[in-house]
Design a protein around this ligand. Structure first.
Ligand code: AP5
Length: 213
């Protein structure tokens, strides 16, 4: 199964990706996580680091290369869930070509998480991530346990958050119609408890809400 999760920053893509990947037994492929791992390892080019921290989008070719290498790894043979990729039409076209070249694979569904902008800002500014496990917390809705070693993302500062939301609106305006035309786009209300949102996703996918694959 090949799933794509789209939605603005803070819509809950990372949170839902983890729940859905556990459910389907497929790996989560997050370009944001891959880029942050490269940043921690000191292998991310300075020009890309600056773009990320300020809330802008990297050039298409930088992220397409990451996906091309990751999707041929053995754990992707039964499918995968893409989180944060593609974000633009050129990325979506490159993904189609890549999948076609991997034995004629195709996307099963593109799930769009809808959340109003006022809630997104609030979610992002209060997000913290466990440095070791990558577990995502919210200081109010899902507080971390005492003593957790937490990371506050550089692009979750209020000044970068506004730019990320603007960049999402500008650059993905054409992406959603692209998938709508292919009849792959499934819209899900992303407001509510994470488990409730997961149930809505499973329901639009037409899958049973519990049990095996
Ligand atoms: P990326 O890591 O993909 O960030 P993003 O799209 O901005 O999304 P976020 O990770 O901020 O939010 P999310 O939707 O995953 O929400 P989360 O589950 O954490 O990209 C980062 C950067 O990398 C980009 O800005 C760009 O520079 C670069 N990049 C990455 N991919 C790229 C690409 N394809 N092309 C070009 N550049 C690229 O939840 C957020 C908060 O809300 C958390 O605190 C969580 O606990 C809380 N929350 C989640 N769900 C709920 C709920 N239902 N109710 C209440 N709170 C909730």
């Amino acid at each position: 199964m090949i799933l794509v999760l789209v939605g603005p920053p803070g819509a809950g893509k990372g949170t839902q990706a983890k729940l859905l990947c556990d459910r389907y037994g497929i790996p989560q492929i997050s370009t944001g996580d891959m880029l942050r791992a490269a940043k921690r390892a000191g292998t991310l080019e300075k020009r890309y680091l600056d773009i990320m921290d300020s809330g802008g989008l990297l050039p298409d070719e930088a992220v397409i290369g990451l996906i091309a290498r990751r999707t041929v790894e053995p754990d992707c043979s039964r499918g995968f869930l893409l989180d944060g990729f593609p974000r633009t039409v050129p990325q979506a076209e490159a993904l189609d070509q890549l999948l076609a070249s991997q034995g004629g694979k195709r996307i099963d569904a593109v799930i769009q998480l809808d959340v109003p902008r006022s809630l997104l800002e609030e979610r992002l500014i209060h997000r913290r991530t466990d440095k070791g496990s990558g577990q995502i917390y919210h200081l109010v809705y899902n507080p971390p346990p005492p003593g957790a070693e937490l990371e506050h993302r550089a692009d979750d500062r209020p000044e970068a958050v506004g730019m990320r939301l603007d960049a999402y609106e500008a650059m993905t305006a054409a992406l959603l119609p692209f998938y709508e035309e292919k009849k792959l786009l499934l819209r899900v209300d992303g407001v509510g408890k994470p488990e409730e949102v997961t149930q809505r996703v499973l329901s639009v996918l037409g899958r049973p809400s519990s049990g095996g694959e």
